[in-house]
Design a protein around this ligand. Structure first.
Ligand SMILES: Cc1cc2nc3c(=O)[nH]c(=O)nc-3n(C[C@H](O)[C@H](O)[C@H](O)COP(=O)(O)OP(=O)(O)OC[C@H]3O[C@@H](n4cnc5c(N)ncnc54)[C@H](O)[C@@H]3O)c2cc1C
Length: 340
């Protein structure tokens, strides 16, 4: 009872990476609280196919709901699985991906349980809280941390009284790692009909088209990112050349995406992708908080900017002061000659 739960999302029989990232985070939170990490997954024909993708992340107990009509995802059956399971298990924390599915499922579950939910958290921690009005002291609450008011502040949100404390997190924000400690690894296969009434299956998915990702930005070891300082679409052509030399991917700031110079799925930041490359080369990017939120964990940050006082230079490991028109062609030339 009062454990940490992670809802694991699937595509067919493949568990989503964001769920594995959350299992790693959930394990850390459970260890801090001295409770168990539980996971729940629902789909069709998944028994025996998903367990190995979930248990190694330190799961003590996995609930596998396997039945017709549970894949592709539809709102009602998955909501009832979580609502009814949570009524039985009374978790203190429940986490899910801030994905299309998580954004549909999370609010339904939290409103059914009147529990509250913080969307798009960038950090999750455990801490105490003093309620100033009543003077009441709360221990070991989930700090649900996320940018607020247009990203101008970082808010820490707590949910003192209602359970579970629910949060969604975007893919790539947490990092997954297999657990090298001990976990119970128990697996149970509850009878789906006990949790999902027949009328929940009223929506049938007749046709489904899933578009494959157009780039590998999230997992790229080197990201060459351009901002408004790139000046044009042609400016980004230079970045694609540089990325090709470095075997990296091209990212962008929102200002460059809004200008129409690059596709929106390459936007890095609070409302884009979160990246953790070994090297991040920021070209003509000023470094506003919303951009930094998506790349600050990069191993090495190199800034190319004509303004020596650009805010990004404060977090950069190396700063090249100059225009992108002057610097980027030189980078391409020297990387080319170095790799010959
Ligand atoms: C709710 C919200 C969410 C947001 N989410 C995101 C997000 O996910 N990602 C994101 O990036 N932004 C996001 N933003 C926007 C963010 O606030 C900034 O507006 C944006 O990041 C600025 O992009 P930029 O650095 O490319 O442009 P600018 O701030 O205009 O900076 C351009 C930089 O280029 C330099 N420069 C100019 N010319 C040259 C040259 N020839 N050579 C070299 N350098 C040059 C300038 O010195 C400057 O530093 C968000 C904003 C809000 C309100």
């Amino acid at each position: 009872m009062n454990n940490v739960f992670v809802y694991c999302e699937i595509e067919g029989t493949t568990v989503a990476e964001v769920s594995q990232e959350l299992l790693t985070k959930g394990r850390k939170l459970a260890n801090q609280l001295g409770v168990e990490l539980h996971a729940v997954v629902a789909g069709t024909g998944i028994k025996g196919k998903v367990e190995d993708q979930i248990l190694p992340y330190g799961v003590d107990k996995l609930f596998v709901f396997d039945g017709e009509g549970l894949f592709p995802y539809t709102s009602a059956p998955h909501t009832d699985i979580l609502v009814n399971l949570f009524k039985e298990e009374k978790p203190q924390i429940a986490l899910m991906g801030a994905t299309v599915i998580g954004r549909d499922l999370g609010p339904r579950v939290s409103s059914s349980l009147t529990s509250g939910l913080t969307a798009d958290c960038t950090q999750l921690e455990i801490g105490d809280y003093d309620e100033k009005k009543t003077g009441q002291h709360y221990e070991n609450l989930l700090y649900q941390i996320r940018p607020a008011f247009g990203g101008n502040i970082v808010a820490t949100i707590v949910n003192p009284d209602h359970r579970p404390q629910m949060a969604t997190v975007r893919s790539g924000v947490m990092q997954k790692a297999l657990y090298d400690g001990k976990a119970k690894n128990e697996v149970v296969y509850p009878e789906v009909a006990k949790y999902v009434p027949e009328f929940d299956y009223v929506v049938k998915v007749l046709d489904r088209h899933v578009e494959a990702a157009q780039n590998n930005l999230k997992a790229a070891p080197i990201v060459v990112a351009g901002g408004y300082g790139m000046g044009s679409k042609e400016g980004f052509d230079m970045l694609f050349q540089l990325a090709k030399e470095l075997h990296g991917e091209v990212g962008a700031s929102r200002a460059a995406v809004d200008a129409g110079w690059i596709a929106a799925d390459r936007q890095v930041g609070q409302t884009g992708v979160t990246v953790h490359p070994k090297v991040y080369i920021a070209c003509g990017i000023s470094g506003q908080i919303q951009h930094i939120a998506g790349m600050q964990d990069a191993g090495i940050i190199i800034s190319v900017n004509s303004d020596p006082d650009a805010p990004i230079n404060q977090i950069a490991d190396y700063v090249i002061t100059g225009t992108v028109e002057e610097v980027v062609p030189k980078l391409i030339k020297y990387y080319k000659s170095n790799t010959k």
